[in-house]
Design a protein around this ligand. Structure first.
Ligand SMILES: [Fe+2]
Length: 133
């Protein structure tokens, strides 16, 4: 999609509002996903971008509902939010399915063999490791 990064950055910042930490995290994950995607043949670049930027949208719902989030609540609440956000920018439905599968599986053993899921998990791991330092 044309200017997909820009469209999704707008969506992401509108969604997370003043939560700069989440926005920064998503941008860092996108940076690493872009860097390593060439090592993973078969990736759809649009899916990689969307998954990187939106993978943690479930955190906000989880924190609003429960006051905390875990890997499993992120997997539970993220996909419907991502589907809505992607639908609003006319992201193709078959790609929304892949992105939401990825978001719903990014903190547990992989149930899908999408190369984009591998890329997201690696990129998120790199950023989470950096952020702990
Ligand atoms: Fe993350």
């Amino acid at each position: 999609m044309t200017y997909l990064r820009t469209k999704l950055v707008r969506v992401l910042t509108a969604y997370f509002g003043a939560d700069d930490r989440r926005i920064e995290h998503a941008l860092r994950v996108l940076h690493h996903a872009d860097r390593i995607v060439g090592d993973h043949p078969g990736c759809d670049p649009d899916v990689v971008i969307a998954a990187a930027l939106l993978h943690d949208v479930g955190i906000k719902v989880s924190e609003d509902k429960h006051g905390h989030n875990t890997g499993s609540t992120q997997e539970q609440y993220g996909p419907p939010v991502a589907a809505e956000l992607l639908g609003a920018i006319s992201f193709p439905p078959q790609k929304i399915k892949v992105v939401t599968d990825i978001i719903g599986n990014h903190h547990s053993p992989s149930r899908f063999d999408y190369p984009e899921l591998v890329v997201l998990k690696k990129a998120d791991l790199i950023v989470n490791r950096d952020e702990k330092v």
